[in-house]
Design a protein around this ligand. Structure first.
Ligand code: SF4
Ligand code: SF4
Length: 441
């Protein structure tokens, strides 16, 4: 183990000492519930981190159970000892990632660099990829790809998520640097809108609807130029330095003007933005700026609720809500989405039995650990089916795609649809009725 790996593991070990091994977290952990082994539980993983720090197991042995953790942080919420599991997980992942890089082939290192530093960390690259996806969808290539015999060439996971994808962002559309006036004469708030990378490239229509909702409640909305990906994907993969690099770019981009709030509509991204303060806590040059940025970050549901958003239409839907884990467990935004949904006339609200159990999406977990993710999704869909809802509302792009995948897998297409909260609210005030999260399949 090199110094870098030891340092990160030591910090993780210090946090692990807070665990008293009571096991209260086990029933809250989706991987423990589906895999039923101690090593796939929070308590087991914490113990393994201690063993690795003490040299009783190798980082390669630690890597499996840590990789299979969703990072949903449901365990943190029920822990009586306040174990900082999220922080511990990130430290362990950073140590493992350092270790893997030492032994990785130059090709693998190059690929990781492309994905983390050149793709997700660069907005213009993500926009170009969104443009290519749009061409694929509009040219008819998507239809052909899902026909025999071509569909057999598609890996199962990509084929499933491709069916649920929204219309991607056209290559000629640009939004950065634009300003949107409030509906009234004077803005009640001046907010910056955080577009996100996947959200903007793949769900750009939801971003446009978000801006219109904010305008409607009296906000002047600015899509700050030079903003980029939030860095969550990199942080959760143990790429701490790259996560910091993109975080710094965002902090600088949103300091260009004095905004009341920095608003986002993706639970996972919002959680990462909220954590910038913690990410730079030990950096005297950035800690204050990062903390200020995080304080101003807010989910769109919080702003809409605060400014008294009112629906205009009656929507006769039976609705259930699958919250984003990071929105609940990190941002602590719980009441606002439910309050907004329930304020719509005609809606029948049916809560899930276990809304706080992760759906199995977790960033790119559902791509890299497809089978495990589908097992977790299976349990979630059983809960959703029990509600007999016709609309499932979510608050994060990954969760939205996962819910759409669940609907396709369960053969519920046509009877049940998954939508982002913003789509439902927009429809409820007549901004958009074309949405309804169409899936193909
Ligand atoms: S609930 Fe907390 S203290 Fe108890 S086993 Fe889980 S992590 Fe450890
Ligand atoms: S973060 Fe989620 S998946 Fe990971 S140990 Fe905690 S509850 Fe389990």
């Amino acid at each position: 183990m090199n110094v870098e790996e030891k340092t990160h593991l030591k910090k993780a070990e210090d946090l692990a000492y807070d665990c008293v091994r009571c096991g209260y977290c086990l029933p809250a952990c989706p991987t423990y519930l589906t895999m039923k082994t101690e090593t796939q539980s929070p308590r087991g993983r914490i113990h393994l981190v201690r063993m690795a720090a003490e040299g009783r197991i190798t980082l390669d042995e630690l890597s499996g159970p840590i990789d299979l953790c969703l990072g949903c942080r449901a365990c943190e919420q029920v822990c009586p000892s306040n174990v900082q599991y999220g922080k511990l997980l990130e430290l362990a992942k950073t140590a493992i990632q350092h270790h893997k890089k030492q032994s990785a082939s130059p090709f693998r290192r190059f690929c990781e660099d492309v994905v983390f530093k050149q793709m997700f960390a660069r907005k213009n690259v993500m926009n170009k990829l969104g443009g290519l996806l749009w061409i694929y969808q509009k040219s008819g290539a998507k239809k052909i790809a899902h026909m025999e015999p071509f569909r057999r060439l598609f890996p199962e996971n990509l084929a499933l998520f491709d069916k649920g994808l929204d219309e991607a962002k056209p290559p000629f559309k640009r939004n950065d640097g634009r300003r949107y006036p409030p509906a009234g004469e004077r803005p009640v708030l001046k907010v910056a809108f955080f577009t996100g990378c996947v959200m903007e490239a793949v769900f750009h229509r939801i971003n446009r609807l978000s801006i219109r909702l904010l305008q409607q409640v009296g906000c002047e909305v600015v899509v700050a130029d030079k903003q980029t990906c939030c860095g969550a994907l990199q942080a959760h993969a143990g790429e701490e330095e790259t996560a910091k690099m993109v975080a710094k770019r965002n902090i600088e981009a949103f300091e260009s003007e004095d905004f009341d709030y920095i608003v986002n509509n993706a639970g996972g991204c919002g959680a990462m933005l909220k954590e910038y303060g913690r990410l730079f806590a030990d950096d005297p040059d950035w800690s204050e700026r990062a903390a200020r940025f995080s304080e101003k970050t807010a989910d769109i549901s919080v702003i809409l609720d605060m400014l008294g958003w009112k629906p205009e239409k009656t929507l006769p839907y039976r609705v259930t809500y699958q919250p984003s884990c990071h929105m609940t467990n990190v941002q602590k935004v719980v009441k606002e989405p439910e309050k907004l949904i329930r304020s719509i006339k005609g809606i029948e609200w049916i809560p899930l039995n276990d809304p706080n159990v992760c759906c199995g999406s977790a960033g790119i977990y559902n791509l890299v650990h497809f089978q495990e993710s589908m097992d977790i999704l299976g349990a979630k869909m059983a809960d959703i089916k029990g509600t007999k809802a016709d609309v499932v509302v979510t608050t994060n792009p990954g969760c939205l795609l996962q819910m759409k995948a669940g609907i396709i897998k369960e053969g519920l297409n046509g009877r049940m649809k998954a939508v982002h909260l913003v789509e439902l609210l927009a429809e409820a005030c007549g901004i958009d009725s074309s949405h309804r999260g169409q899936t193909q399949g």
